[in-house]
Ligand binder design. Structure first.
Ligand SMILES: CC(C)(COP(=O)(O)OP(=O)(O)OC[C@H]1O[C@@H](n2cnc3c(N)ncnc32)[C@H](O)[C@@H]1OP(=O)(O)O)[C@@H](O)C(=O)NCCC(=O)NCCS
Length: 172
């Protein structure tokens, strides 16, 4: 049976460090956005898996913002934390700070919200342990995640106007 004992977000938090090297860069000598997204996905998935002790897949990435570039030679510090748990899914927040290795200066460069869904070996969802909310800030973050989920569920992808204008490109 699945252990559904409530867990604190502190128990699954992840901190990941990456040195930005030339192969990770775009032609402006800063980290390539797609590479940063890959690290965000991994950092978020590790927190989700630690919380559930289950395999998870990424269902969505929302509110991804690149606030500032991360220069080659700087360090990317990724931090992920479970914000809310639902039935078989959970929302994880990820931030990325840039650190100058020579001075220690740090600033926020990227933030994103990801939803992961558990999967057992047959591809079925598995119940997620509830989140133990201990502070008002954690309770507020949970409430915001619930509101985002309600909004997401309210707009099925087929009903969105932009999907209707996406016709297959001839020859593509
Ligand atoms: C994500 C996925 C498992 C959802 O499957 P589904 O049959 O549509 O799922 P259901 O409608 O039964 O919903 C299952 C859960 O997923 C959540 N979910 C489904 N689509 C979602 C989306 N786009 N964003 C956020 N959550 C989503 C539902 O809210 C539900 O959560 P709950 O159990 O906590 O209420 C399925 O679409 C999938 O496998 N996608 C591909 C995942 C993948 O390959 N990711 C990249 C590599 S890891």
């Amino acid at each position: 049976m699945h252990d559904l004992t409530p867990k604190s977000p502190r128990d699954s938090e992840v901190v990941m460090t990456q040195l930005i090297l030339p192969p990770d860069a775009n032609n402006l000598n800063a980290a390539f956005g797609g590479k940063v997204m890959q690290w965000i996905d991994i950092c978020g998935a590790v927190a989700a898996q630690r919380h559930c002790r289950q395999v998870v897949v990424t269902a969505s990435m929302d509110d991804l913002h690149f606030h500032a570039p991360i220069r080659v030679g700087w360090i990317a510090l990724l931090h992920s934390r479970v914000l809310a748990t639902f039935r078989t899914s959970l929302e994880v927040g990820v931030t990325v700070h840039a650190e100058n290795p020579l001075t220690g200066e740090r600033h926020l460069t990227t933030s994103a919200l990801l939803t992961f869904v558990t999967q057992d070996k047959d591809g079925k969802g598995v119940p997620v342990p509830p989140l133990l909310l201990e502070t008002d800030a954690e309770r507020d973050a949970f409430a915001e995640a619930e509101a985002r989920r309600a909004q997401r569920r309210g707009r099925g992808k087929e009903e969105q106007s932009w999907m209707k204008v996406m016709k297959p490109v001839a020859g593509a």
